[in-house]
Write a protein that binds this ligand. Structure first.
Ligand SMILES: CC1(C)CO[C@@H](CC(=O)O)CN1
Length: 431
């Protein structure tokens, strides 16, 4: 028997104003996974895994100080879990100096897909670029060969648009105009009207999305001759809430009218086949029940639909801990052959770090968030789903598996003049 304890650091965004406070649901999810892996006699045999965590508030500076305290206070940590793109960027760029792997459960920035800057980073949260092949697939399916882009000037959207432009170039799709704005989209939306944009991909946070939609209403840039792609991870009724608070001068009815029919794309974070048993023995719905119970105990009014931030991403944190446990298990089996164990790891031991890297790099298991596997850049390989807002409700239109180039289409779309909305005038596209 090999007795001992294995320790990892956990950096969770719990409080704070800026960014994403997803640690509120992700930390409880990680703790559920910790209990589950430690209860398995066939995993980490004899060793118990511990997470030592602190709050980063989704602030990179505080995240760096949390990391420093985790590393310079015993016990020695073998790996770091982190959330928020800004914190993961800071932590992952530094972690290599301590030969530490970093597993991010809540980081969507495309900039993190960079082995040169982040040689030890893996993330169970997919990059925002995962939407782009899906958008292209839909444009090809419906014959939209001329599109426009409207984006907020934020790093995550700037790099997502660069990736989208590359996909469009490869697919022969013309970008007739790319408009960006800092916080007021009025001019950008007006320019879309001037350029007669008909198929528009919108990339912005939800507060900006409400401003865009009201401008779209004012410029009549919606209805049967327009197709809008919005991001799918806004809350369901995002287009009719907070209007007064945010100074939106459109009524809920006007917002609903402008929003009707838009498409959304988003990465799947909960295994869709809710009857499928995952590696933990649970289905994703079993996980949901256990998470809800844990969150009720933490004081959240789940039955009153008052979910904490990060609820959507909780499976990613749960599966991140499983990925760590499985990788440590694989590494221990390998080290044992040379009479070593993870207890021999030190911050200067690159050899064992490489073994842990190899073990994580070859991860492949069915988690509550679906199949968990990483690209060569450490990015989560994930499915995406496509929805359409129809009479105030999001209807699932299909799923896309980029790896297999397989679009599962449910034929539920509401007619939005799918045939070439871009061809409003013959000379425009000769149709
Ligand atoms: C889908 C979303 C909301 C994208 O931002 C992630 C947080 C981040 O990238 O900082 C969390 N998940």
């Amino acid at each position: 028997r090999r007795d001992g304890d294995l320790h990892i650091g956990g950096i969770f965004p719990m409080e704070g104003e800026g960014g994403w406070q997803g640690g509120q649901a992700c930390k409880p999810a990680a703790e559920l996974a910790l209990a589950d892996v430690n209860a398995r006699s066939d995993l980490l045999s004899g060793f118990k895994l511990y997470i030592h965590s602190n709050d980063s508030k989704c602030e990179p500076g505080l995240g760096a100080s949390v990391m420093y305290n985790l590393l310079y206070n015993p016990p020695q940590k073998l790996l770091l879990l982190a959330g928020c793109s800004t914190v993961c960027t800071t932590v992952a760029e530094a972690a290599k100096m301590w030969n530490l792997m970093v597993l991010c459960y809540g980081a969507s920035s495309p900039a993190l897909s960079d082995r040169a800057r982040f040689p030890t980073l893996f993330r169970t949260h997919p990059s925002a670029t995962v939407h782009n092949p899906t958008r292209i697939k839909l444009m090809q399916k419906f014959g939209w060969s001329r599109i426009a882009i409207l984006q907020q000037a934020e790093e995550v959207f700037i790099s997502t648009v660069e990736d989208l432009e590359a996909h469009c170039k490869k697919s022969g799709i013309e970008i007739v105009t790319r408009q960006s704005f800092l916080s007021d989209p009025a001019d950008a939306v007006r320019n879309l009207r001037r350029q007669d944009a008909r198929v528009i991909v919108g990339l912005f946070y939800v507060v900006a999305a409400r401003r865009v939609l009201c401008e779209v209403y004012k410029h009549r840039l919606y209805g049967k001759s327009y197709v809008w792609f919005f991001i799918g991870w806004y809350e369901d009724n995002w287009f009719e809430t907070n209007l007064e608070k945010e100074g939106i001068d459109c009524t809920p009815e006007q917002m609903r009218e402008a929003a009707e029919g838009h498409l959304t794309t988003e990465a799947l974070m909960w295994n869709q086949n809710s009857n499928q048993t995952t590696i933990s023995g649970m289905t994703s719905e079993d996980f949901r029940s256990r998470l809800n119970e844990a969150l009720r105990e933490a004081g959240y009014d789940i039955d009153g639909e008052r979910y904490p931030e990060g609820y959507q991403e909780a499976p990613l944190a749960y599966d991140a801990v499983w990925a760590v446990a499985l990788a440590f298990n694989k590494t221990m089996e390998k080290l044992e052959k040379s009479g070593l164990s993870l207890k021999n790891f030190t911050y200067t031991n690159k050899k064992i770090a490489d073994d842990i890297y190899e073990a994580i790099n070859s991860t492949s298991f069915l988690g509550v968030s679906g199949l968990v596997a990483f690209s060569s850049q450490g990015d989560r390989i994930a499915l995406t789903q496509i929805e359409q807002l129809t009479e105030n409700h999001y209807v699932k239109l299909g799923y896309y598996d980029t790896q297999a180039d397989n679009l599962t289409w449910l034929d539920r779309e509401r007619v939005i003049q799918w045939s070439h909305p871009a061809c409003n005038t013959v000379m425009l596209c000769g149709c």
